[in-house]
Design a protein around this ligand. Structure first.
Ligand code: HIS
Length: 401
């Protein structure tokens, strides 16, 4: 029988693990430097908790049936779990704001019914609203991307409330269709839809609200129908000014680090304020946003706390870094060889001594092979030192480069 993995699942071999661990370490150090503390939530939760409020589609969750009434699921993301964990604690046992971070695997069911496991590292800033909180999250995101030396990343910033309000200006029967076209940036699809010409024109205007922040904001302010949204627009303006003052310089090709995109609509529907994603070499390496109502869904009395966060996907960062990723495999520094069976105890003892004093790993030769074969083996493993131990316990040290 051939034992195959389920579609979409994969083994991570040592090089993959070493690269991911390096990325993870850089990111976790950055989160900690901003005062975030690690939280671990369970991999398996009630499906109704993972999808409470309808923001997460149950179809995207890998479901486990424990009995006929209890459906469990593997977490497809962390924000809902953290909202569940803190909804009743915040304000009662712990004070706001809470700065939390996580780093672990998530599982999603794809449209083709395959499952996908990926690794996310992210933060949630619970119980905080306003300019400084939003700016902290954007800047922490920028620092995390720089910590892994990602290079030409670009933040695409939207605003779920503003986009929602712009869509609400349409007659209700057209909103879902235009929203759908926006989320897939589908200009052609929108033009071909059976919609009145003025609705199509408005939808196209919304799709085009994307580009240099200053240009988009001035186009938006100039649109007569946005007079009721001036507060939101000036909020975005202030946030962008703070971001620009942080000195994350532009891209190598002279482009902007920050793109304002009011057509940005995220997969998870719990966002109520700014939303963003980060693109780098055609990969979406991070996403997040503000969600001010989510904790209320989990609170026994419906009390909510304004919150914001983001997650980075380690696989996407690894792909985006490509050949730039040089996290080396930890190659052993010394091979200890027992020349005869009588030398085995001395070989173990000497290897134990070396482990106390040397930095790299110490490996043992497992057979009594011809010395040249041992040397070849050491070379192929990148080992530069060989300690030969004879039956009397005498050590002969050999170094190569
Ligand atoms: N949990 C979201 C990202 C996020 C974190 N906090 C807010 N949003 C995701 O997986 O896409």
């Amino acid at each position: 029988m051939v034992h195959q993995l389920p579609t979409g699942a994969k083994d991570l071999l040592p090089l993959d693990v070493a690269q991911k661990s390096w990325i993870d370490q850089q990111i976790q150090q950055t989160f900690q430097a901003w005062g975030y503390q690690r939280i671990i939530t369970p991999t398996v939760e009630h499906l109704r908790s993972l999808t409470a409020g309808g923001a997460v589609d149950p179809e995207s969750v890998i479901q486990l049936h424990s009995d006929s009434t209890n459906i469990l699921g593997l977490r497809p993301e962390f924000t809902a779990s953290i909202a569940r964990a803190y909804a009743a604690r915040l304000g009662a046992n712990v004070t706001a704001p809470q700065r939390l971070y996580y780093s672990a695997n998530v599982f999603r069911r794809k449209a083709n019914r395959s499952s996908e496991e990926s690794f996310q590292a992210g933060v949630e800033l619970l119980g905080a609203s306003g300019l400084i909180a939003d700016a902290e999250i954007l800047m922490l995101l920028g620092d995390s991307l720089d910590a892994v030396a990602l290079g030409d990343w670009q933040i695409i910033l939207g605003d779920a409330r503003l986009t929602g309000a712009l869509l609400d200006l349409l007659p209700e029967q057209y909103r879902a269709k235009v929203r759908q076209a926006l989320s897939s940036l589908d200009r052609v699809g929108l033009m071909e839809m059976d919609l009145p010409e003025d609705v199509k024109g408005y939808g196209l205007d919304l799709i085009d609200l994307r580009g240099k922040p200053k240009d988009v904001l001035s186009r938006l302010s100039a649109m007569a129908w946005t007079s009721s949204l001036t507060g939101e627009i000036s909020y975005l303006k202030s946030l962008i000014e703070i971001w620009e003052s942080y000195g994350k310089s532009g891209l190598a090709n002279g482009g902007d680090r920050l793109i304002l995109d009011l057509s940005l609509v995220q997969t998870f529907d719990y966002y109520t304020g700014i939303v963003f994603e980060v693109a780098c070499n055609n990969y979406i390496v991070a996403q997040g946003g503000r969600y001010d109502q989510l904790l209320g869904i989990y609170h026994p009395k419906g009390v909510s706390y304004p919150s914001i966060g983001f997650c980075l996907t380690l696989e996407e960062i690894q792909q985006a870094l490509g050949a730039k990723l040089s996290a080396p495999l930890n190659s052993p520094s010394c091979l200890v060889v027992a020349r005869t069976p009588a030398a085995i105890p001395a070989a173990f003892a000497y290897a134990a001594d070396l482990r106390q004093t040397q930095k790299g790993a110490i490996e043992l030769e497992l057979e009594f092979r011809d010395p040249d074969m041992v040397r070849n083996h050491a070379r192929s493993r990148g080992i530069t030192q060989i300690a030969w131990i004879d039956g009397q316990g005498a050590i002969n040290f050999e170094e190569s480069d």
